[in-house]
Design a protein around this ligand. Structure first.
Ligand SMILES: [Fe+2]
Length: 475
């Protein structure tokens, strides 16, 4: 064959190959899920049935006029969108080499410090059953800004196939529209110490722990994710250790200036369910939570819902003090387990009859929490309050009809707080009624003391300062 003819044929063949490749649309075998969402970034992960180089088309105001392309040809993709606007709704779709998904929407994290955050949380759901789907769809209907997975996200052993079939398929509508942050459960650790969990999720990282433990801010809430499997010795020591994680947790909490702190992991320090309290987690971590002002600790593992009174050490905290409240929200889809015996003295409320999820709004100095069933029944409701400093003053911009003054001077009339709620704790604030805690770590310490509703009521006098400062609400 003549050499020039051969080259021409080769070029033609290459062009045909490229055309065929670009025209060969792939379909999604895993719908997109939102990872590592922050004020200016989001990662869109998904899986194709064939390798190609897909892109994500996205934009604001319902448009998808921007595009980000994957860096390589493969079946699994995680495309990072950068340069996003905080607190903004984006529409996006996946262009899988010619085949496009239906557009869906999500919102970026708000401007750091924003004093309103809405999130949901639940664990023990990865079953691919109706209970899981009902809980997930109910959460989606609440339109939270983010969702915390509390572990046992893919039963029974956290295999690759179980992540696909028991997490990504049944929860696809939720995961494509609500950013989620996860911790692993013991069931994820059954397979290669959680490796499929780490392979499939794109989580924030910490310097010492990678994706095992991490933290992030969303608005004015600081979230800390702990790997309790690692803490109780289920991980390889070359990957994650209790000592390193504990050191990091202390340093992270100490460094945070956020007014609200929420910690989440799988094994509960306080539970009266089948598994009971995880005493190592209680001994090693709860002193750090108390020392550094953690407000709420979210766990799963036991398949029911339970809330403690505010706890200090191994006892219910004295009244008029503010200490962490511990929740077990293992009611996401797996079979519920009946609670045996009477309610312990440290438990404020527990439920073993209904699947449901936690829905929390943290606005200014008030954290309002509800536990809801898919049908909308409220299983629990409580409120935590604290005094927050007034928002920083905004320099005055004199207008034509306004008298000029030094920066920071106030316009006539104070702006009242939006939702000052003086109630310390509502819901089930009853005094401890059950037997003493049989798992008390310190046999010399008194059993659950006579605390009753033990959340502090803080004066709201600081709000008066709003009268001399021009408050600017950041949403
Ligand atoms: Fe578990």
């Amino acid at each position: 064959m003549h050499r020039l003819y051969s080259l021409a044929l080769g070029a033609t063949a290459a062009a045909l190959t490229l055309t065929a490749s670009s025209a060969s649309a792939a379909s999604l075998t895993r719908q997109p899920y939102l990872q590592r969402v922050g004020p200016d970034t989001a990662t869109i992960a998904f899986r194709l049935d064939a390798s190609c180089v897909p892109s994500v088309r996205y934009g604001t105001n319902g448009l998808t006029d921007q595009s980000a392309q994957s860096a390589s040809s493969s079946r699994n993709h995680a495309i990072v969108l950068n340069g996003l606007q905080p607190g903004t709704e984006y529409t996006y779709l996946v262009d899988a080499c010619g085949a496009r998904t239906n557009p869906v929407r999500f919102s970026t994290a708000p401007v750091p410090g924003t004093r309103r955050v809405h999130f949901t949380a639940v664990g023990d759901f990865g079953m691919n059953n109706a209970n899981q789907r009902n809980v997930a769809n109910a959460m989606l209907a609440r339109k939270p800004e983010l969702f915390l997975m509390l572990g046992d996200n893919a039963y029974d052993a956290g295999t690759e196939a179980e992540f696909q079939n028991n997490l990504f398929v049944p929860m696809a509508p939720l995961l494509s529209q609500v950013p989620f942050f996860a911790v692993p459960g013991n069931h994820e650790y059954v397979t290669n110490k959680g490796q499929p969990y780490f392979d499939n999720l794109y989580l924030p990282t910490s310097k010492s722990g990678g994706e095992y433990y991490y933290s992030f801010d969303w608005g004015h809430v600081h979230f800390v994710a702990i790997d309790s499997n690692c803490a109780i010795g289920l991980s390889s020591t070359d990957r994650c250790t209790l000592a390193a994680q504990k050191k990091w947790v202390e340093e992270d909490l100490a460094a945070s200036t956020a007014p609200w702190k929420v910690v989440f992991f799988h094994h509960p320090p306080w539970s009266s369910g089948e598994h009971g309290s995880q005493l190592l987690m209680r001994r090693e971590f709860t002193p750090l939570f108390e020392k550094h002002g953690v407000d709420l600790v979210l766990t799963g593992h036991d398949h029911h819902y339970e809330r403690t009174h505010p706890m200090k050490g191994t006892s219910v905290a004295p009244s008029n003090t503010r200490q962490p409240v511990y929740l077990v929200v293992g009611s996401g889809g797996a079979s519920l387990r009946p609670l045996e015996g009477s309610k312990p003295s440290w438990a404020a409320l527990r439920n073993d009859k209904d699947h449901g999820y936690l829905d929390v709004t943290v606005e200014d100095g008030t954290l309002s929490a509800q536990v809801l069933t898919p049908s909308g029944k409220t299983l629990d409701s409580f409120t935590l309050t604290k005094e927050l400093p007034p928002l920083e003053a905004e320099p005055e911009q004199p207008g034509p009809s306004e008298p000029s003054g030094p920066p920071g001077t106030e316009q006539p009339g104070p702006t009242p707080p939006s939702t000052p709620n003086p109630d310390p704790v509502t819901g089930n604030p009853g005094l401890p009624t059950g037997p003493d805690d049989s798992e008390n770590l310190d046999p010399n310490s008194p059993p659950g003391c006579s605390a009753g509703p033990a959340m502090a009521l803080f004066p709201m006098g600081a709000w008066v300062l709003a009268g001399v400062l021009r408050r600017r609400r950041r949403r």
